[in-house]
Design a protein around this ligand. Structure first.
Ligand code: HQG
Length: 182
């Protein structure tokens, strides 16, 4: 089984295009596992039937915690672009969070703040190392931004937890953003 391919397809279905699989996410982004397996197997993208164990395997071998299985349902923990806003409970963030990005968007971010762009929320990292990994997707030597999260939270910007390393937020105005000087 090509678990990398399966992982990408799962994220695609749960974050971006559930309707292509005739799936409807609930308000928290969950779908029943049985429905999900049925939909994946209908695509005939895999040589054998996808079973529940394959979903656990995808979660187990991934270095990022992208998915959650709970009460017979599965969901993506972050990354959504679907029009229906996934409901998250606001939470108090740590004092600082980080965001890794490419140099060519720096001016725009310092002017307009961090925007969610195509996704539903801005994605922030719990630590500098994670932010570097995120930024490296776009720039071999990414810029790391420090986000004064607690200060922003106190001033009404909402923060939400994705997983242990990824936080989500509403747009972050420039006054809470600083470039990390290495
Ligand atoms: C940038 C991956 C111009 C922002 C990662 C980023 C993450 C602006 C890009 C997760 C801007 C959006 C999310 C502004 C923000 N002007 N550019 N005002 N505000 N940007 O992919 O945070 O592997 O939607 O800096 O690891 O890079 O998929 O967000 O470069 O956790 O599980 O606009 O996706 O996880 O890009 O990444 P993205 P992201 P997975």
């Amino acid at each position: 089984m090509d678990y990398i391919k399966l992982s990408k397809e799962i994220s695609f279905a749960l974050r971006h295009k559930p309707w292509q699989y005739e799936l409807e996410l609930d308000r928290e982004g969950f779908v029943p596992i049985d429905q999900f397996l049925f939909a994946l197997n209908e695509t005939k993208h895999y040589p054998k039937q996808i079973e529940k164990e394959d979903l656990f395997k995808v979660i187990e071998i991934s270095e990022k915690k992208r998915l959650e299985i709970k009460d017979g349902k599965i969901r993506a923990l972050y990354g959504h672009t679907i029009p229906m806003l996934i409901e998250k409970d606001p939470m108090s963030p740590p004092e600082l969070l980080y965001h890794g990005t490419s140099h060519n968007v720096l001016d725009s971010i310092l002017k307009a703040g961090l925007q969610q762009m195509k996704r539903q929320y801005v994605h922030l990292s719990m630590d500098i190392e994670t932010a570097k990994q995120v930024g490296k997707r776009r720039d071999t030597n990414p810029v790391i931004l420090v986000i004064y999260a607690q200060k922003a939270d106190k001033n009404g910007i909402r923060f939400y937890k994705g997983n242990d390393k990824v936080w989500l937020s509403n747009p972050i105005p420039p006054q809470y953003i600083e470039i990390l000087r290495k």
